[in-house]
Design a protein around this ligand. Structure first.
Ligand code: SF4
Length: 324
């Protein structure tokens, strides 16, 4: 049995004071699972679930979502459904109703990979045990990434919510021992590179307080498409969050991110730029989808993801063009 201490934080300041080395506990749907498997072994748990971090607040320029708002609360919020249908759809496509009722926004941001080797203590895994190797490289890779991998890790990022937030260009607000700061969504998740054990751009002791999503015309006309092995409670083989602002028959602005294929939520600014000024038609969507998977590296079991990701992107853009 592994021992750990448990502390219920009385305030945000109290939680931040817990300092480096403490793991923050909210919904626990990911962290507790991984502790049971002994993949994550924090010596201190700081429970932040009862802090006042659950509000969803409309501001003149965007929506601020508290870190402890549950996935269900965010998905059902009228302003989320109206302003960011892609986010509501992405959340509802993930996990199960029971999990969504307790899983939080911050927990979803920090959800760990579903790589089977990461969860199996008997196999080599650089993410779990730096320097030990990567069993996936010569193993079963159907659920692994084709974009953003390195020679040390090709683990897939599993979140749906994060794909929508990447496309919407959210900003994450955190507080730590050195004060508050904002992290652009695209910088929050790190590529594995030489250090797959480092997954987030958080400094030791920093706590996520909220996520800000700016209002945009493309966000209001946005859709999420997820392709998976079964209709519910399954991770994406490929997914796409797409938003389009259309004026006078042309695309004025586009938002595009892929899921189920990258080591992090895979926003593709080059594909977004390629869509600008184009007619919202299949030929432009196919070109953007082609750009979106540029640089992909497939393996024996996941080569099918290239074409699947392209088709998923075309489908999401087509739905966005039709209107949310
Ligand atoms: Fe570990 Fe990453 Fe290799 Fe999976 S892909 S075994 S998480 S190093």
């Amino acid at each position: 049995m592994r021992h750990f201490s448990y502390q219920r934080a009385a305030s945000v300041e109290d939680a931040v004071r817990a300092g480096p080395g403490a793991a923050f506990l909210a919904g626990g749907t990911s962290l507790v699972d991984l502790m049971k498997l002994e993949v994550l072994n924090p010596s201190r748990l700081v429970d932040v679930s009862r802090l006042d971090l659950r509000g969803i607040e409309a501001r003149p320029d965007g929506l601020r979502i508290g870190a402890c708002a549950t996935n269900s609360e965010v998905a059902a919020h009228p302003e989320v459904k109206r302003r960011f249908p892609v986010l509501s759809e992405a959340l509802l496509s993930g996990a199960s109703p029971q999990l969504r009722n307790v899983a939080t926004v911050a927990g979803n941001l920090m959800q760990r990979t579903r790589c089977a080797y990461y969860r199996d203590l008997a196999t080599a895994c650089n993410k779990r045990e730096p320097g030990s190797g990567c069993a996936a490289l010569e193993g079963w890779t159907r659920m692994h990434a084709i974009l953003g991998g390195s020679e040390r890790c090709i683990a897939l990022h599993p979140s749906d919510m994060c794909v929508a937030m990447a496309a919407l260009q959210a900003v994450i607000h955190v507080r730590g021992p050195n004060g508050d700061r904002d992290i652009p969504f695209g910088d929050f998740h790190l590529l594995p590179g030489d250090h797959p054990e480092r997954e987030f751009a958080l400094e030791p002791g920093e706590l996520v307080l909220s996520v800000f999503i700016p209002f945009s015309a493309a966000g209001m006309r946005s859709r999420y498409v997820k392709v998976r092995d079964r209709a519910s409670y399954a991770f994406a083989l490929a997914s796409c969050a797409a938003g389009l602002e259309i004026a006078s028959g042309k695309i004025r602005a586009a938002q595009l991110a892929l899921g189920g294929v990258g080591t992090k939520p895979w926003r593709v600014p080059e594909a977004e730029q390629a869509l600008q000024g184009q007619s919202p038609e299949r030929v432009a969507f196919q070109r953007a989808a082609e750009i979106a998977v540029r640089g992909a590296q497939t393996r024996r079991d996941n080569a099918f993801k290239m074409e699947l990701a392209r088709r998923t992107a075309v489908r999401a853009l087509t739905l966005a063009a039709e209107g949310a």
